[in-house]
Design a protein around this ligand. Structure first.
Ligand code: MLT
Ligand code: ZN
Length: 452
């Protein structure tokens, strides 16, 4: 790595063991230490790194905050981590054209707050929004609870400045609200998991802040009824801004971890929000409450901002809370058609009973997106093997129901071996050729997405 450091004077670089440890893992729990960590300040710094890496065949892995679930930012051996903590400027809020330009290291939650302060709204809200970065969100095409009404990150990306593996700078996309000239490279880069280019500036669409929000908690004593409520709410032609699901185990784990008074004896809860015109949303919320009551639910309403924030803090804490159940979890991210949620939840319960492995389910049920957490102890080889067998079964059932194996966490390393269950050979072949066009030397985040 000495050569690397000499060639990049002025750029902050470290090969200190404590940095190599800290930048070698993400929320998947997989750990591989990089050879060095570089913190660029500018696009020019990234250009310098990429030119040098390209010439010398050094793998480079861009990294946001490392909150990813599929080891997308975990390096291969010998790789350099390009970490964006120092590129965290909100460059411009264009209130006349409703967009914002920011550097990749901006924290999602910080951007949300800056915008809300000015009466604007950036909807994508991954559970890790208080830590994760916009660059990482764009690389993973992150979603979040509000995706049901507002869509995912890709729906907001207008323009990306990025550095290609050979060091060339490319700006793709438009500054306008529409644009259809040529292939849509911007939306190809969005969700490319750091394998095609390194983002250095991102222009995102923003919206006016909704005038009002109503938050409900529907408490069910029957798992199936909660799944049926999801289908009924959607088919009643109301699109709430969130329709989140937690099963009994998720409720119990998060209540031990961050108690906010969720009903521990319930089989499931739905956390539902409507936003918009205060009069309209009151009516929508009443209709949703009626649907849930007819299915046997008890309805609680968040009385104020404090109660609403508490409920969301609890929801966002489920992921870490689950480690109280077992030291490891295999966290999947399936999506089924929304009218298949009950069927999927029933199959998951059956799979758990058959194998004796605990499965905790929560997630964005309104999108049909269930976070299936297969709880294991990796040290227990037999249990871990059973857990991995279960993953395959979960994916088979998902695909049989017309679903997809990942709704928001991406493929990364952990799902690479399974993409052939969903994608055809032709699709994989075309995707691999795209990778080669951008990165003929395979230096940018190698080993991700494609099975090797
Ligand atoms: C969430 O919705 O909480 C995140 O996607 C994280 C997770 O699945 O654990
Ligand atoms: Zn999620």
């Amino acid at each position: 790595m000495k050569l690397f450091i000499e060639k990049l004077p002025g750029t902050k670089i470290s090969t200190a063991p404590e940095d190599l440890v800290c930048y070698g893992f993400d929320a998947s729990g997989i750990q591989v230490q990089p050879a060095a960590v570089v913190w660029p300040d500018t696009t020019e710094d990234v250009v310098k790194v990429m030119k040098h890496a390209y010439k010398n065949g050094i793998p480079v892995v861009p990294r946001g905050a490392g909150t990813g679930m599929t080891a997308g930012s975990v390096p291969v051996k010998g790789a350099v981590i390009l970490s964006f903590e120092r590129m965290k400027r909100i460059v411009e809020i264009d209130s006349e054209n409703l967009n914002v330009v920011c550097e990749p290291g901006v924290i999602n939650g910080k951007l949300q707050r800056e915008l809300e302060w000015k009466g604007f709204f950036y909807p994508p809200d991954p559970a890790s929004m208080n830590f994760c970065t916009i660059g990482g969100n764009v690389a993973e095409n992150a979603g979040g609870p509000r995706a049901i009404k507002y869509g995912v990150t890709r729906d907001y990306v207008m323009e990306i400045e990025s550095v290609l593996p050979n060091g060339d700078v490319m700006t793709s996309g438009v500054k306008t609200s529409k644009g259809v000239v040529g292939y849509d490279l911007t939306h190809l880069l969005t969700g490319s998991e750091g394998t095609l280019s390194v983002f250095t500036k991102i222009r995102l669409k923003i919206l006016p802040l909704p005038a009002g929000v109503v938050t409900l908690l529907a408490v069910f004593n029957n798992l199936e009824a909660s799944g049926d409520a999801v289908t009924k709410i959607i088919s009643s032609k109301i699109i709430p801004r969130t329709l989140e699901f937690m099963d009994r185990e998720a409720i119990s784990a998060v209540e031990k971890f961050k108690p906010v008074g969720l009903p521990r004896d319930a089989e499931a809860v739905l956390l539902i929000e409507c936003d918009g015109n205060p009069l309209a949303i009151t009516k929508e919320a009443e209709k949703i409450a009626d649907i849930c009551r007819q299915l046997g639910a008890e309805i609680k309403m968040a009385e104020d901002e404090y109660a609403r924030n508490n409920l969301w803090a609890s929801r966002r804490a489920i992921s870490p809370a689950l480690y109280q159940i077992k030291p490891d979890k295999i966290n999947e991210d399936i999506v089924v058609p929304r009218n298949m949620v009950t069927k999927m939840l029933t199959s998951l319960r059956k799979l758990s009973e058959e194998t004796g492995i605990r499965i905790v389910n929560f997630g964005h049920a309104g999108d049909g997106n269930i976070h299936v957490n297969i709880m294991v102890d990796r040290q227990d080889k037999e249990e871990y093997r059973k857990g991995l067998d279960l993953v395959k079964k979960v994916f088979q059932e998902t695909i049989a129901l017309g679903g997809t194996i990942s709704g928001e966490h991406g493929v990364g390393l952990t799902k690479a071996r399974y993409i052939g269950m969903e994608l055809s050979k032709k699709e994989i072949e075309i995707m691999e050729s795209i990778k080669k066009v951008f990165d003929p030397g395979n230096i940018l985040n190698p080993g991700k997405i494609f099975p090797h």
